[in-house]
Ligand binder design. Structure first.
Ligand code: GLY
Length: 375
């Protein structure tokens, strides 16, 4: 790997160049997975709706390209209808409004974005189950389904919205909920070896833990790599917002499990604990998200320890750039190839994913010192 950050600057410029082109077709819509070279668009209510505008904000912050700003702002305004429709909103409120309203508020101090972000934080806080100390993950996916007791590791990435709401309003109640959920995740999600559960089911009336489900991982006791990445970054962010060392230790534990299971080129398979006969597709999105988490851990420790995490994060981003990028392809809209969204349901396997692209660009922006975190 190159010892300077020249490669990251080069990757940044290629990213800006490519997004200037792809944004002409994607516009102010909501891409999720790229199939046959073209990003499939989802409704604004889909959980990934924040990643494209978030990526546009990251680029705008550095390039001041007003066209990207307009697109990101238009995406944010469309999310108003999602709040009005309400029923499809789940815990991913954090992903959706942190990368739209909170990002715009942090960059431009816009009052309307502050109002939207706070409204979203209120809806997220309202999903908290006080008996089980968890934020409810989803709403029923189909008629008759009852998932009121389900919590998922991904939600660690939604907690920063609550911390931001407390900081912004001076009212600690949002933060109290974030802390109680993170403490629950320490107890029920992060395993002793640093691997994580995807779904934990509680009795929503008593709060009793009932079972663990495999979810997007191969099995309840396997090692879903993106779940591990959510834990690394989410726990590191919980430490950033609270100073509680237990979260930093959990982030490190998950990070060491992740790093120890990486293949030669530092880009993870979709699950680290697969039986023979199951294809070990890569999940570049897990690599990009984990890299951001590793860089944040590096910022919160010192000396050689900091170098270890920073180099691990940089190694992943460098490999994504050199081995998995689709920089010059005119027939592929995604930036980073080979993401795996949901193997057990056979959805979007081995394709570019908008959150993989987002975290890759965030990682570059962090390496290049462009500015504060949106999270
Ligand atoms: N949060 C959903 C996923 O990681 O696919």
């Amino acid at each position: 790997m190159s010892t300077s950050l020249d490669w990251a600057q080069e990757a940044w410029e290629k990213t800006a160049h490519k997004v200037a082109r792809t944004s002409k077709r994607i516009g102010d819509r909501f891409p999720h997975a790229s199939v046959k070279g073209e990003y499939q668009l989802e409704p604004a209510s889909w959980w990934t709706a924040g990643f494209w505008p978030g990526l546009l904000w990251l680029l705008y912050r550095n390039t001041q390209d007003g066209q990207l700003k307009l697109l990101a702002e238009s995406c944010e305004v469309q999310l108003d209808q999602v709040i009005a429709d309400y029923y499809r909103l789940d815990h991913d409120i954090g992903f959706m409004w942190t990368l739209t309203s909170v990002a715009r508020y942090k960059l431009l101090g816009a009052e309307d974005s502050k109002r939207r972000g706070l409204l979203a934080a209120n809806l997220l806080a309202a999903r908290f189950n006080v008996q089980g100390n968890y934020i409810r993950a989803w709403n029923p996916w189909r008629e008759g389904e009852d998932n009121a007791g389900w919590a998922i590791i991904d939600c660690m990435m939604n907690l920063p919205l609550l911390h931001w709401a407390s900081t912004t309003t001076g009212d600690p109640r949002y933060k109290h909920i974030a802390v109680r959920h993170a403490d629950m995740a320490l107890e029920h999600f992060i395993r002793p070896d640093g691997s994580v559960n995807h779904i934990v089911v509680f009795d929503p009336h008593t709060g009793e833990k009932l079972e663990v489900k495999g979810g997007q991982g191969f099995a309840p006791d396997s090692g879903w790599s993106r779940g591990t990445a959510w834990a690394i970054y989410g726990m590191a962010l919980s430490h950033l917002h609270t100073g509680d060392e237990r979260y930093l230790h959990a982030a490190k534990r998950a990070a060491h499990y992740f790093m120890a299971n990486l293949p030669e080129d530092s880009v993870p398979h979709w699950d680290f604990r697969l039986p023979e006969g199951i294809t070990a597709y890569r999940d570049t999105s897990a690599g990009a998200c984990a890299a951001c988490g590793l860089l944040l851990i590096a910022d919160q420790v010192s000396g050689q320890e900091s170098s270890l995490y920073r180099e691990a994060g940089e190694r992943i981003l460098y490999s994504l750039y050199t081995n998995y990028g689709a920089w010059d392809s005119e027939t592929e809209e995604g930036l980073i190839l080979h993401g795996t969204s949901h193997y057990p349901e056979g959805k979007n396997i081995d394709v570019p994913l908008i959150y993989g692209d987002y975290y890759f660009v965030e990682g570059l922006s962090r390496l290049l010192g462009h500015g504060e975190l949106f999270w």
